[in-house]
Structures are given as C-alpha cells and as structure tokens.
Ligand binder design. Structure first.
Ligand code: NAD
Length: 252
C-alpha cells in the first residue's frame, strides 16, 4: 500500500471479506512477533543473518552443534521471556473468540498465541514451540528451567531425566519430520476455509508455504499481510503491504 488512504481502504476490504466468510483461517509467521521484540529470520538483522540454522541431522550427529544450539537458545531466553502478545496477536485472538476463525495455524515457536488467550486446541503449531523441550527418544516434556542450570554447570544439555535420550527444544529444525497431526489439521483447514490470511511470513519455507496455495486451489480467497513482497502476492485477492500491528489493530 502506498499511502494511508490505500491502507485504510485495504483494511476495509479485508473487513468485508471477513464478514462474508464462513471460515477464516489466519496463518502466521515471524513478522507477527517482531513488534514483541522477537526478530524474524529474513528481515535485515534477522536471526538468519546472524546464525545459520543447525539442521536436524547435524544436531543428532554432533554434540558440539547440540551445545551450540542450546547456547543460542539460552542467549535468546530474556527475549522470549520478556515478549508479550502484540496488536496482531490480540486482533487474531478476537477473531477466534467471535467464532469467525476455527483455529490459527502458526509457524511461530514463541507461544504468543497461547499468551494472547487463544485455547491451545485452536493453535496449530506446524514448527513446534521453543518454550519447552522434549526428549527425541521418548517424547517426555522438559522445562527449560530444569535444563538451563545444568547446561550452564556442565557446558552441555543434560540427557532426558527418564530414558537418557537427547533433549531438544520442541521445535522443528530443517530436515526434521513435520509434526504429522498438526500438518493433517492444517491441510484439512486450508482445504475447507473460505478466507486464508497469511500474516508476517516470507512464504518461502515449505511445506508451510504450500498452505496458501492449497487454500486458493480449493476455492478460498487469499489475503497476504506483509511489509515485503512474497512469492504468492500475484495469486492473492488482496495484498496489504504495511506494518502488521498497524493493520490488524484496525479490525473491529
Ligand atoms: P520470515 O522471517 O521468513 O519472514 C517474516 C516476514 O515478516 C518478512 O517477509 C518480513 O518482511 C515480515 N515482517 C517482519 N515484521 C513485520 C511487521 N511488523 N509488519 C509486517 N511485516 C513484517 O518468517 P517465516 O516466514 O515465519 O519463516 C521463518 C521460520 O522461522 C518460521 O518457520 C518460524 O518457525 C521461525 N521463526 C519463528 C519466530 C517466532 O516464533 N517469533 C521468529 C523467527 C523465526
């Protein structure tokens, strides 16, 4: 959007599309949480530019890289602990509360949709959650507060307290299998919604980025809200190019 007026009329169009839809499906990415102080991956200065991601096979094979992954995670601890839901999270929580959106699909791992009051059953985390860890062997959940002091004392993360397996934040790394049930639900909702709103995602990470196309192929209208162009802009029915908080806080 070039001007204030364009953005205003774009938001009015979005509101009309929401009112006309029987099932609205928000799909969120890292751009939703930048105003909460959590950097995204691909913006200038984003996490991607500072640290190349550690692929799953490398994490499994190399203890040094596992320690590096934990070092990076704990370096972000204050950022994640201090983050509170932003204007976009609040607006989306309202959309769920009013019954217009059956659920939110998120690529985010920051727990901010839960913190905004949305029932966990209605949040589909396709890339997992970084606010806790799980054992890669038995799946047992571990609090980071239990892992951190041991990591600081030993210089490496402890093994699973039950089976001795490798602990990892409950996120999906590159090369790691997608969570099957979350993906099944995401695909079913993308097929059945009639308005799909992609918010704050560069739409380049697959299979997540396949969901807007799937919704569109099945007859949904597609709206993209992002401050930078995405590969799906030309397929969208409406593109709102601006700040997510500024845009979503205008929704009634
Ligand atoms: P991305 O970094 O690839 O893209 C984010 C997009 O949001 C960019 O195109 C950027 O221009 C836009 N953006 C940033 N702030 C904005 C704002 N205030 N208003 C409008 N647009 C804004 O993120 P992605 O597509 O979600 O993919 C990155 C992957 O990284 C995800 O899978 C996610 O798991 C992970 N990640 C998550 C978080 C988080 O949980 N908050 C943070 C960083 C990375």
């Amino acid at each position: 959007m070039d001007s204030h007026d364009d953005l205003k009329s774009g938001v009015a169009r979005l509101e009309a599309m929401i009112v006309a839809a029987s099932s609205v499906l928000p799909f969120t990415g890292a751009g939703l949480s930048t105003e909460c102080g959590i950097p995204d991956f691909r913006s200038p200065g984003g996490l991607w530019t500072q640290n190349k991601p550690i692929a799953f096979d490398v994490f499994l094979a190399d203890a040094t890289m596992r320690n590096e992954a934990w070092r990076r995670r704990f370096a972000m601890q204050e950022v994640f602990d201090g983050a509170r839901p932003g204007r976009g999270h609040v607006a989306l929580a309202r959309l769920v509360r009013t019954g217009r959106a059956p659920a939110i699909i998120t690529q985010n791992i920051d727990n901010l949709h839960q913190d905004s009051g949305v029932d966990g059953e209605r949040i589909i985390e396709i890339h997992g959650n970084t606010t806790y860890a799980t054992c890669l062997s038995c799946g047992l959940r571990h609090d980071l507060d239990w892992i951190r002091p041991r990591f600081v004392a030993e210089g490496e993360a402890p093994p699973c307290r039950d089976c001795g397996g490798i602990l990892k934040t409950a996120t999906i790394s590159f090369g790691q299998p997608m969570p099957a049930e979350a993906m099944r639900r995401a695909v079913a909702l993308a097929r059945s919604c009639d308005l799909f709103i992609a918010i704050g995602s560069s739409l380049v990470v697959y299979p997540a980025a396949g969901l807007p196309a799937l919704a569109k192929e099945n007859g949904a209208r597609l709206v993209i809200i992002n401050r930078e162009p995405t590969p799906f802009d030309s397929a969208a029915d409406l593109v709102l190019r601006g700040d997510i908080g500024d845009i979503l806080e205008q929704l009634k």
